[in-house]
Every structure is written in C-alpha cells, then in structure tokens.
Design a binder for this molecule. Structure first.
Ligand SMILES: CC(C)(COP(=O)(O)OP(=O)(O)OC[C@H]1O[C@@H](n2cnc3c(N)ncnc32)[C@H](O)[C@@H]1OP(=O)(O)O)[C@@H](O)C(=O)NCCC(=O)NCCS
Length: 224
C-alpha cells in the first residue's frame, strides 16, 4: 500500500508541481516511511527524529515525483550545505511541508533557481508583521481591515520564504525579510524588490501565489 496520496499534480508557471500527504498509517510507522525512500536517503533519514523523518520523507517523495514529471530520476536528494535539497545536474527544485502535507517543485535549470512554500490559509496566532514586513509594506497594508491584513501578511511571509529558497543557492547566505519587498498582484503573480545587504545581483525574480488543495501555495524564481 502507498504511504502517500497525491492532492495535486500539474505544470505551473514555476515548474512541475506535486502536492501530497502521507497517510496517517504510514506516518505512524517510521519503518514503512524509510522503505519508501531510496537507500542513500534511508541512511540520512534513519538519523532523524520521527517528526523530522516524516517531513524529510514527504518532501523527498514529492520532489522526486515532480522531477519524474520532467523525465528525471533522482537516486538521492541529499541535504546541501545551506539546507536546500541537492539536485541532479540540469534541474532545480524546492520543497515545503506542513504536517503530513508536502509540496515538491522541479524545473529545468535555465539559469534560475525555484522556491516553493506551503501555508495553511488561516490567521496566525501571533502577529509576525513586524518581522516579515518592511516599513513600506507595513504602510501599504495599514488601510486593510484586520482580517484582510492578516491574510496579506501571511501571503507576504510565504512569498518571501519561497523567494528565499530560490535566492539562497545563489547568494549562499541567510537573507533577512527586511532585504526584500513583495507586491502580490491580483492575477496570482508577485513582484519582488530586492535590497540585498551585501549588494549581490542584480537578479531577475518573479513570484506566484494560489490556493491549492486547501493550502496557500507560493512559488518564486530567481536568477538571471
Ligand atoms: C529555510 C526556511 C525558508 C524554511 O521554511 P520553513 O517554513 O521553516 O519550512 P518549509 O517546510 O517551508 O521548508 C523546508 C524546506 O526548505 C528547504 N530549505 C531549507 N533551507 C534552504 C535554503 N537555504 N535554500 C533553499 N531551500 C532550503 C529544505 O528543502 C527544507 O525541507 P527539507 O529539510 O525536508 O529538505 C525558513 O526556515 C527560514 O530560514 N526563513 C528565513 C529566511 C527567509 O525566509 N527570508 C525571506 C527573505 S528572502
């Protein structure tokens, strides 16, 4: 029996995308999850705590399936120095997970990295706006009703996390939320403005956002 079920698969502007969730049965049996991974990933996964094993496995399965949609087989998606998944040559990819759910995004390497993020589209218990938003973004969101503002803060957060995953392999360092501004547009795209502290770039960037399989799914591309 499969350890996961697919919630969505398709070709999105950022690349090939797989959203899936682990079955509760599989998630409660780490040994079964381990066997769903290729041998080299099993070696990595066997060192992880049960919760981390779940997220590691769900993300790897999702990304491997997304790569397969490109016709690429990945014998091992190890963990790179910065924490990103290590990919085979000529492809780029990204992972995000929430509980038993995971998303994998893969694309051909055309000079851009990609990033993906998955969030539950509901208000957070704590207000993260002072960390996530730049003063300009805060000013822009001031006029919104509390519920719309909270939704928008989450969207800004998620788009910046997706961008971080696309940007970090290029700049090879932590990028603070204050180094990037984002403007989500009603057509499901997003415009980033970078003010990178170390002056890297310029980079060509774009973001996308949508509701998918009950989640807020954001994606980003950075490179050029
Ligand atoms: C790295 C980070 C984005 C991960 O986000 P998260 O909400 O904790 O977790 P997610 O499930 O969405 O993503 C986790 C996956 O991100 C990927 N990831 C981690 N570090 C990464 C990096 N430096 N570059 C690219 N991908 C990375 C990994 O694939 C990881 O899953 P895995 O360990 O199972 O392979 C987040 O912890 C972080 O450090 N954010 C601060 C930096 C930031 O977002 N800046 C915004 C301005 S650009």
């Amino acid at each position: 029996m499969s350890v996961f079920e697919i919630d969505f698969e398709g070709t999105l502007p950022a690349g090939e995308c797989i959203c899936l969730h682990l079955t509760r049965d599989a998630a409660s049996r780490p040994a079964e999850l381990l066997h769903a991974l290729p041998p080299e990933e099993q070696t990595i996964a066997s060192t992880l705590s049960p919760i981390r094993l779940t997220s590691f496995a769900s993300g790897r399965i999702a990304l491997r399936l997304a790569l397969r949609r490109l016709g690429v087989d990945a014998p091992c998606l190890a963990i790179s120095q910065m924490g990103a998944p290590a990919l085979p040559p000529h492809v780029v990819g990204s992972i995000s997970h929430k509980g038993l759910h995971a998303v994998g995004l893969a694309a051909r390497d055309e000079g851009f990295h990609v990033g993906v993020d998955l969030e539950l589209p509901r208000p957070r218990r704590t207000d993260i706006s002072s960390v996530v938003l730049t003063p300009g973004e805060r000013h822009h969101l001031e006029r919104l009703a509390p519920e719309d503002r909270s939704r928008s803060v989450l969207l800004h957060f998620s788009l910046k996390e997706a961008l971080y995953k696309a940007l970090s392999p290029r700049v090879q360092r932590y990028v603070d939320f204050q180094e990037v501004s984002v403007e989500p547009l009603p057509d499901g795209t997003a415009r980033f403005t970078l003010a990178l502290a170390a002056g890297e770039g310029p980079f060509e960037t774009i973001g996308w956002w949508r509701l998918q399989a009950g989640f807020l799914l954001t994606m980003a591309r950075a490179g050029g």
